[in-house]
Write a protein that binds this ligand. Structure first.
Ligand SMILES: Nc1nc2c(ncn2[C@@H]2O[C@H](COP(=O)(O)OP(=O)(O)OP(=O)(O)O)[C@@H](O)[C@H]2O)c(=O)[nH]1
Ligand SMILES: [Mg+2]
Length: 425
């Protein structure tokens, strides 16, 4: 599909082949080179007159046969038409934003939808593209604007001081808002994780079968397995779609004291990766767990006793109230159960139901900034603050919220957001 957007879009279509079709109806057209009259393609053409179009401008879509020659000749002919040039990356979406068709969170939702690889990512992206986040942030901004307007009105018009009860009431209202923002921030980063992938690390002593487990989980031979202790040194990370969640599973070096400097680096990377993980798969055998590993077991960890096929007795380990799940990475015994347990752990940790959650560090930073400004507005350090200072802080808080949806101060952000798109989107 070749899309043309702008004032002259319909004129260009006319030049290439006949009268404009009915708005938003597909019709067939023979597209010709206006200079030579040569037929370029038999195409399906749809016109979207502005403002009811994606960009808000007149848009023409040419659904053509995708052959190399059709495309290159058509694009060359279009390039010769007055006012036509190739779009820049993300330019259609940028125009949609500039014409008020979408705000920034919706734009980001669209970008995420294009990149979505799993069902959870798609659902979250669609929700955001539909305005789930915009609704929340815009509502908060309106509340703040309301509070701010009370203040500014009294500063401008009041002969006397601002009535104490007005100050108290607006204070109460901004506390309620701040509370709501804090709850929204304390979502365990589920939106960000669904977007970027839930991080799972396999952790354990050398030779317990970590690499074998990774291979069994992803059903591919990705990591080297050997009976030598200290085989794995680097982190080996594989992405898995687990019940619609993107999950990044990392195999790591076996944790032990060692004099080998390369292995020691591997161990320190393993511990680092395990610390950063959302969920740890802690592998053990009859030898039990070392202190370094035990210290990383928490309620989100899954204890696994490997090599069930050669046990004489089941390893009897209980840490943090967890019991080890018996598996054999070699025979495949228990792997399906483990996948179920892991999927459930991921769902528990990052539930998708409930309100929309923020999906980018950018949103988080702006919300934190908003709350800092709200705090400062009502701070009583060095005595209560004058209404002008309170108003200024409220303005800052407002601006922080506005930046998320792109209502204010966005120029520097725009380049970054739109450049992530590809041409033609
Ligand atoms: N019998 C049996 N052997 C296993 C099982 N899982 C792994 N092994 C064997 O245990 C040895 C070590 O397996 P790896 O997967 O390389 O262990 P690792 O934990 O990755 O080891 P390092 O990378 O050295 O830390 C290999 O010889 C595997 O074949 C199992 O479930 N049963
Ligand atoms: Mg290994």
């Amino acid at each position: 599909v070749i899309r043309i957007s702008g004032d002259r879009a319909i004129q260009v279509l006319r030049t290439l082949g006949g009268p404009p079709p009915v708005p938003r109806r597909a019709s067939r057209a023979t597209l010709r080179d206006p200079e030579t009259g040569e037929v370029l393609d038999e195409a399906l053409v749809i016109c979207f007159p502005g403002p009811s179009s994606f960009t808000g401008e007149d848009v023409v879509e040419l659904h053509v046969h995708g052959g190399r020659s059709v495309l290159s000749d058509l694009v060359a002919v279009l390039g010769k038409q007055e006012g036509c040039r190739l779009a820049e990356a993300g330019e259609f979406t940028r125009r949609a934003f500039e014409h008020g068709k979408m705000d920034l969170t919706e734009v980001e939702g669209l970008a995420d939808l294009i990149d979505a690889e799993t069902a959870a990512q798609r659902r979250q992206a669609l929700r955001q593209m539909d305005g789930a986040l915009s609704d929340i942030y815009e509502r908060w901004r309106q509340t703040l604007l309301q509070i701010l307007s009370y203040f500014e009105a009294s500063i401008d018009f009041s002969e006397e001081d601002i009535p104490q009860d007005l100050i108290e009431q607006t204070h109460r209202e901004s506390l309620v808002l701040k509370d709501e923002i804090e709850r929204h921030l304390a979502d365990g980063r589920r939106g960000e994780r669904v977007r970027e992938g839930v991080r799972v690390a396999i952790l354990g002593a050398p030779n317990v079968g970590k690499s074998s487990l990774l291979n069994a989980l992803v059903r591919r031979d990705v990591a080297i397995v050997s009976e030598m202790e200290g085989t794995t040194r680097d982190i080996i990370e594989v992405q898995l779609d687990l019940g619609g969640y993107p999950v990044l599973i990392a195999d790591t070096a076996g944790v032990r004291e060692t004099t080998d400097s390369v292995e020691r680096q591997g161990v320190s990377r393993a511990l680092q990766r395990a610390r950063e993980a959302d969920i740890r798969l802690v592998l053990l055998d009859q030898r039990g767990l070392s202190a370094a590993i035990t210290g990383l077991v928490d309620s989100h960890s899954i204890l696994i006793a490997n090599k069930a096929d050669i046990w004489k007795d089941r390893p009897d380990v209980k840490i943090a109230g967890l019991t080890a799940l018996g598996i054999s990475a070699k025979s495949g015994e228990g792997i399906d159960v483990l996948l179920d347990v892991l999927e459930k752990a991921v769902q528990d940790r990052f539930p998708i139901s409930g309100g929309a959650s923020l999906t980018r560090a950018r949103h988080r930073a702006a919300l934190v900034e908003c709350n800092v400004a709200l705090d400062s507005a009502w701070s009583t350090d060095g005595g209560a603050r004058g209404p002008e200072l309170i108003a200024e802080d409220l303005r800052l808080a407002c601006r922080a919220l506005g930046r998320i949806t792109g209502r204010v101060d966005v120029e520097d952000l725009l380049g970054k957001i739109f450049s992530d798109f590809c041409i033609g989107k």
